[in-house]
Design a protein around this ligand. Structure first.
Ligand SMILES: [Zn+2]
Ligand SMILES: [Zn+2]
Length: 412
């Protein structure tokens, strides 16, 4: 006998105040990057209160990684404060994932529980962590009826693209070995409770290239004695933008943006250095592989052609994949919570989600859950506000998906 969805829904409704309190508490202590000391301390305290076993997961970043992230403009990151927790025992094992980092955005939405430290939970990761705590409480209350293990992944550093990778490298998918993984993301521009998912590739890969060009500075009246890094940067800028239109299949989704181009201080000075940050997103793995190889070739070519020098740092975040079989197993259990007409296939998103580090290792499913209404301020906006009615729904979706999947896949 499985665990009825009705029971899970009722339990979620019974703890809706607690889930909202967790969300608001996390909302007021937004932290960014991979090291979230206050946020992870709060999650651990709540897991302790529920008598759920947890351990730290993430560890230290290598000095090179720390230096690379600083050079890319991220906050200083030397360690990762991820948390892995387990409920139940034995095989099979399903992982539920929530990210918990905030953004360097000051919120301007007038909420009476606004953060005051200049950062904000404008991607809703506070709600993800709270919903997963809610699911944890529900699943713990029925632990002896679970047909396997639920592993909880509380992940920092999603917005830096490093968080999931570090937890995977630190063994989040091992002992017990994870057989399936499920992650939810709130969507304030969709009606509360509507679920959207895309099968196969459902978020873009992101390759970031941080280029520092070193020329030879001097007086602007004597360009012949200088190597102008701004001119070289301009040529690289044009070349990489043309690359996307000339060498990618037009049917492939490719978005290439140079979000940072800087250098120089005054009109009469040729500077020593210039910096260009190139971001390449695509849903097409083949196009991505090709352009990822060609961008450094073009950089090398143009910089050397003008006798300049350069440093190049690259970061990769893979596409997130939704496994068709897992999806067909989970969708009916999601529907049991949100209603028969509220689960839909949607187009893949051109944004990036670092849950891709998990879904390239194990069958995974990623879905959006509506938490507002059409026309609301979007994710990453300082005006973003979530409808908190999503909280018990999301907790119930997590819990029912996990409990039902374990029942469906239990070992004889
Ligand atoms: Zn985000
Ligand atoms: Zn997010």
């Amino acid at each position: 006998m499985g665990i009825p969805a009705e029971e899970i829904r009722e339990k979620a409704n019974a703890i809706r105040r607690q889930i909202a309190a967790d969300r608001r508490a996390l909302h007021q202590i937004p932290e960014i990057g991979t090291d979230l000391p206050q946020t992870s301390a709060y999650i651990k305290k709540r897991l302790d209160e529920m008598q759920i076993q947890w351990k730290d997961c993430g560890g230290s970043l290598s000095p090179k990684m720390t230096a690379d992230y600083i050079s890319a403009g991220f906050p200083k990151m030397e360690k990762e404060t991820g948390i892995a927790a387990v409920i139940g025992r034995g095989e099979p094992c399903i992982l539920l994932r929530a990210d918990m980092d905030a953004l360097p955005i000051r919120e301007e939405n007038g909420l009476d529980f606004c953060a005051s430290n200049g950062w904000g939970h404008m991607c809703g990761h506070d709600s993800h962590a709270a919903m997963l705590l809610g699911a944890a409480q529900i699943l713990k209350s029925m632990e002896d009826r679970l047909e396997g293990t639920v592993k909880l992944m509380f992940q920092p550093g999603e917005e830096t693209g490093a968080g999931a990778r570090l937890m995977v490298e630190d063994g989040i998918l091992d002992t017990p070995r994870v057989d399936a993984a499920f992650g939810l993301h709130v969507q304030p521009t969709d009606t509360t409770g509507q679920i959207g998912y895309a099968i196969g590739v459902n978020s873009a890969s992101l390759d970031t290239f941080i280029l520092k060009i070193r020329g030879k500075g001097g007086h602007s009246s004597q360009p012949q004695l200088c190597v102008d890094p701004l001119m070289v940067m301009n040529q690289v800028y044009q070349a990489v933008n043309l690359l996307a239109t000339r060498e990618a299949d037009p049917s492939a989704m490719v978005a290439l943006t140079c979000g940072v181009a800087r250098g120089g201080t005054a009109v009469n000075i040729i500077p020593n250095e210039a910096e260009l940050h190139i971001g390449l997103r695509t849903l097409d793995v083949e196009a991505g592989e090709h352009l990822k190889k060609r961008i450094p070739e073009l950089i090398d070519h143009y910089v050397k052609a003008w006798n300049a020098d350069y440093d190049l740092t690259t970061f990769h975040t893979p596409c997130t994949l939704t496994d068709e079989t897992l999806c067909s197993q989970l969708v009916p259990h999601i529907r049991e919570i949100t209603g028969p007409d509220s689960v839909h296939e949607i187009p893949a998103m051109t944004g990036t989600e670092d849950f891709g580090y998990v879904t390239r290792e194990v069958p995974g499913m990623f879905a959006f859950i509506g938490a507002g209404s059409p026309g609301s301020a979007p994710l990453h906006s300082p005006h973003m506000v979530l409808d908190e009615n999503v909280l018990p729904l999301g907790a119930a979706v997590y819990a029912n998906a996990a409990a039902s999947w374990l029942e469906q896949n239990k070992k004889a």
